[in-house]
Design a protein around this ligand. Structure first.
Ligand code: APR
Length: 254
């Protein structure tokens, strides 16, 4: 690991434009279960239906009742999110951002932990569970700023339908965040890929495009993923331990 950390740090320092992409594995050490693999919610409960958004549009009142009174995997997920705090992995990415090394963090996580850790150039491609979004004008509101007395709640700005900002299966990624993610990934010649199985698109397409262009992928994951064969190197360990060690090496080299 020592030699690998050194090599990875040198690749990051030598890169022109570094971005990070994170997934559920980054928040495992904050007490939030991943979706797939050992201890995964979908491993335990089975993959959810892929038409979540269609079902929301078909009966938004019921979808909101379920959202406000979650059962099964969603109950387990929201309860874990409510207790979670950022871990050293989240904070290491903030350190790299503060040092000007990391230009943007694309996260698939809806757990708000990157924000709580202090990430600023943060792109939440699957949304944020503490926010509510209008499906018409894409305005976003703090969850607690909305009145849920009448369901489904309506957008204060355009009277459109409000839903959780989290992107449901089958829902298109909101255009503003998708464009920002694509721009960041298009500029990158190096991506730190931490805690993702890289199986869900369009997010999984970003590191593949960077590798196709000859860029470096530095993976942090205790287990091999679909991306591992494309990576310059994989640092096999928990993100909460590996990312702080990697950040320390990078900052020592600058
Ligand atoms: N540190 C780093 N990585 C870890 C750790 C850890 N402590 N523990 C597990 N992992 C790795 C696993 O090996 C796995 O490769 O994190 C990855 C988690 O993969 P998934 O559970 O598939 O999560 P993710 O890639 O974020 O899923 C993508 O799928 O269900 C949807 O919308 C959901 O955003 C999510 C998307």
């Amino acid at each position: 690991m020592d030699a690998d950390l050194d090599l990875a740090a040198r690749r990051i320092v030598a890169a022109r434009y570094v971005v990070a992409m994170t997934g559920a594995g980054l928040s495992v050490e904050s007490g939030i279960p991943p979706f797939r693999g050992p201890g995964g919610l979908w491993t335990k409960y089975g993959e959810p239906p892929m038409n979540g958004y269609e079902r929301f549009l078909a009966d938004p009142k019921k979808a909101w009742e379920d959202r406000l009174n979650p059962q099964g995997p969603m109950r387990e997920l929201w309860e874990a999110l409510a207790r979670a705090e950022p871990n050293p992995g989240h904070r290491a990415l903030v350190q790299l951002e503060d040092a000007g090394v990391l230009r943007a963090t694309i996260t698939q996580n809806v757990d708000n932990l990157h924000r709580l850790a202090g990430s600023r150039s943060l792109l939440e491609i699957h949304g944020n569970a503490t926010l509510i979004r209008c499906v018409t004008c894409v305005a976003r509101y703090e969850r607690d700023a909305i009145d849920y007395a009448i369901l489904p709640p309506r957008c204060p700005r355009c009277d459109g339908l409000l839903k959780s900002d989290t992107v449901s299966f089958g829902e298109p990624i909101p255009p503003d965040v998708l464009e920002a993610c694509s721009m960041a990934a298009d500029r990158a010649d190096c991506m730190i890929v931490a805690g993702t199985s890289a199986t869900v698109y369009p997010a999984a397409g970003f590191p593949i495009a960077i590798a196709d262009r000859g860029g470096d992928l530095i993976e942090v994951n205790p287990y091999p993923s679909d991306l591992t064969p494309l990576c310059r190197m994989t640092l096999m360990g928990p993100a909460g331990e590996v990312l702080p060690a990697l950040a320390a090496r990078v900052l020592a080299l600058r």
